[in-house]
Design a protein. Structure first.
Length: 470
């Protein structure tokens, strides 16, 4: 009895310590976000709901492509499996804090004792095992699993937004490629007509053969440019097929419809300050949950170096039939109540704590970098959007002016008052201006899509319980 008293006192002390977690690093770190936006913000018009943002393109094909890509994309499917894996890990981590009960049953028949004869022993029972959560080791692992589950769910949303933006950008690239194809085909037809007329004039002796050769070369250059542009459009069709898993004949049939560029977009609801952006970016939320999980891992690794208290017990019942007699057998036991304390492990547990602390530092650094990247993406999208807006009118005026100049130069050339060199110079200038206008239209749409992506695509931060960080 004297030996049991110290053990009971120690067990009582350890039970009082159960649930007291060891210190762990902060579960959240401050993001390095600037105090305000420095790029010009979009203004005017109505505010857009990012979740329905694609509808304002008034293009059913684009909406269908975005939905199809989100179904077919492997990154989204992988993100879904990570959610399932993280959920299972959380269930296992929470179960570790509860008692484990195992049932068993057995049947034995044989000659267990000399002179007794055959005997039958039937027994069933249950075994209990439980580890007290001393110093918060088990709860820390549960916190880490919960944080990783929340991060996996945010990662799934981030994958959906990224796929939607990539699909829309590819679709816009294709539509602007088709516009550019129309420009270069018109240019090729104009060059071919000039070459035809110049050839007729050379055959009649009114134009030098060298001039006719130059016109044919210009026509061949225009035809080659049109062929190259057609190939680029075909490649973008292939890219959309790969992104959406839509059959190419079906896609080309739907692409044959007329496409109109949206004249204006509803203004995206900008967060008042960059720090508010963190509440609507799933990738930032995922990085923050990674910091929380790493913090909990440090707490668990530290708690591994402290004592553990475990309790076992069992209860069993059955009967023994031997020599024509049957006897009931009932047994139960509670214990042992065991205390284990690491004494010497060659530095293994200390190294595990150091590794967990290093991983926490890495997660905190990645979170800070993700915050800066999020702010950068918004600022860049705003700069590109404002630049495209300011240049659009100038680009349109340039095309109109060069178009009028080319028409006048072409009229003079056909009347014999101008040279082919002058005409080709004007043609190149006009083609460059038309190409710049189409590229600017593509840049404007791409900037809106990039801003949609940078603002989180309509995702909202869920309400999360504050993790323990005693």
């Amino acid at each position: 009895m004297k030996l049991l008293r110290p053990l009971a006192a120690a067990a009582g002390l350890l039970l009082l310590l159960a649930g007291c977690a060891v210190p762990r690093p902060p579960a959240s770190v401050a993001g390095d976000a600037p105090p305000r936006w420095y790029a010009s913000l979009p203004h005017g018009g109505r505010l857009a709901d990012l979740r329905q943002w694609w509808q304002q393109f008034n293009d059913p094909l684009l909406v269908d492509l975005v939905e199809a890509a989100q179904v077919a994309n492997p990154d989204i499917a992988i993100a879904g499996t990570r959610i399932a894996e993280a959920r299972a890990t959380r269930v296992a981590a929470r179960a570790a804090t509860l008692p484990a009960v195992d049932a068993n049953a057995s049947l034995v028949r044989g000659n267990a004792q000399a002179g007794v004869g055959l005997a039958t022993i039937v027994q069933s029972g249950a075994q209990l095992a439980w580890e007290a959560d001393l110093f918060g080791r088990l709860s820390a692992r549960s916190d880490a699993a919960s944080a990783r589950l929340a991060g996996a769910e945010a990662g799934w949303h981030d994958a959906r937004v990224a796929v939607a933006a990539e699909t829309a950008t590819t679709y816009v690239d294709l539509r602007t490629c088709e516009r550019q194809l129309a420009v270069v085909r018109n240019d090729a037809r104009s060059r071919a007509e000039t070459a035809r007329l110049t050839g007729l004039s050379a055959e009649a002796g009114f134009t030098a053969p060298a001039v006719a050769a130059q016109a044919r070369a210009s026509a061949a250059e225009g035809a080659a440019r049109a062929t190259q542009q057609q190939a680029q459009c075909d490649l973008l069709v292939k890219a959309l097929v790969a992104l959406t898993a839509m059959r190419e004949p079906t896609l080309r049939e739907r692409l044959a419809g007329r496409w109109s560029e949206p004249a204006s977009f509803a203004v995206l609801a900008m967060p008042s300050v960059p720090a508010a952006l963190l509440a609507q970016r799933p990738d930032v939320f995922q990085a923050e949950r990674a910091v929380e999980a790493a913090s909990a891992d440090v707490g668990a690794a530290r708690a591994d170096r402290f004592p553990r208290l475990s309790l076992n017990g069992q209860i069993a019942g059955g009967f023994l039939h031997a020599g024509g007699q049957t006897s009931d057998v009932q047994t139960w036991s509670i214990g042992p109540l065991a205390v284990s304390l690491p004494v010497f492990d060659g530095g293994r547990l200390a190294a595990a704590e150091d590794a967990a602390t290093a991983r926490y530092g890495e997660a905190a650094a990645l979170y800070a970098a993700r915050v800066r990247q999020a702010v950068r993406e918004v600022e860049e999208a705003l700069v590109n959007l404002e630049s495209a807006r300011e240049r659009s009118e100038d680009a349109r005026v340039a095309v109109e002016g060069y178009q009028a100049s080319f028409a006048a130069t072409e009229a003079r050339y056909r009347s014999g008052l101008g040279s082919l060199i002058e005409l080709e110079d004007q043609r190149r200038v006009l083609l460059a201006a038309q190409t710049a206008l189409v590229s600017l239209q593509r840049e404007r749409l791409a900037a809106w899509i990039a801003l949609y992506r940078a603002l989180g695509g309509g995702w909202q931060r869920p309400d999360m319980p504050v993790a323990r960080s005693e």
